[in-house]
Design a protein around this ligand. Structure first.
Ligand code: AP5
Ligand code: MG
Length: 189
């Protein structure tokens, strides 16, 4: 699941994982778990996350590798929030080819940035995520544009990129994702 902060990676990633009967691995959720548990990684990640900056690539790559090579792999999974930089995508590709995984589809959630700020400020008020305030949300969007958008070109070149309009209701977006995947994967689920 590729898309800016608040585009619905978590919401739609959960639904997709349930549909395919595979785990949903959200790098952000995993990192927040490390922060709560007070691990070494959590201590390093906490400050960058509350500023809306990315955690260094090598740390995130190691965390995801541990997850996908652990008990949940290799039956398939939905990745949400990873890879998020070109070096992470290169590392993911190397890891996958070494272990015999294939990246089947990259779902790009496309949405005007203005919608995101409203959604995330509302979530911040309801759930209290420390990075859900207007200033940090704007910074997260900047970071997305600088560090993550180049992945669109990277995956476009590899022909697995599915662009989905993420500005409708949650159900509309789910329908659009499932239709795009059916078209692209056919019976090869
Ligand atoms: P992460 O947790 O991935 O946050 P994010 O990318 O900022 O995205 P969000 O989780 O805020 O939004 P989402 O796209 O999942 O949308 P959601 O479904 O929740 O990362 C957090 C931080 O961790 C990063 O800033 C960084 O510091 C670090 N990090 C994580 N991965 C990293 C990596 N790979 N490398 C380096 N650092 C990393 O929806 C948002 C809200 O909108 C919800 O309230 C939802 O209910 C609502 N909503 C969803 N869809 C709709 C809809 N269609 N209509 C109306 N409301 C909707
Ligand atoms: Mg999320």
């Amino acid at each position: 699941m590729l898309g800016p902060p608040g585009s619905g990676k978590g919401t739609q990633g959960e639904r997709l994982a349930a549909l395919y009967g595979v785990p949903h691995l959200s790098s952000g959720e995993l990192l927040r778990g490390h922060v709560r548990a007070g691990t070494d990684l959590g201590r390093v990640a906490q400050e960058a996350m509350s500023r809306g900056d990315l955690i260094p690539d090598d740390l995130v790559i190691r965390m995801i590798a541990d997850e996908v090579l652990g008990p949940s792999g290799p039956g398939g999974f939905v990745l949400d929030g990873f890879p998020r930089t070109v070096p992470q995508a290169t590392a993911a590709y190397e890891l996958a080819s070494k272990r015999g995984f294939t990246l089947r589809a990259v779902i790009l959630l496309e949405i005007p940035y203005a919608v995101l700020i409203d959604r995330l400020v509302t979530r911040g008020a309801e759930e209290g995520r420390t990075d859900d305030n207007a200033e940090t949300i704007r910074h997260r969007i900047e970071v997305y544009r600088e560090r993550t958008l180049p992945l669109v070109e990277y995956y476009h070149g590899r022909d697995i990129l599915l662009r989905v309009d993420a500005s409708g209701t949650i159900d509309e977006v789910t329908t659009a994702i499932n239709a795009a995947l059916d078209d692209s994967l056919g019976d090869g689920r």
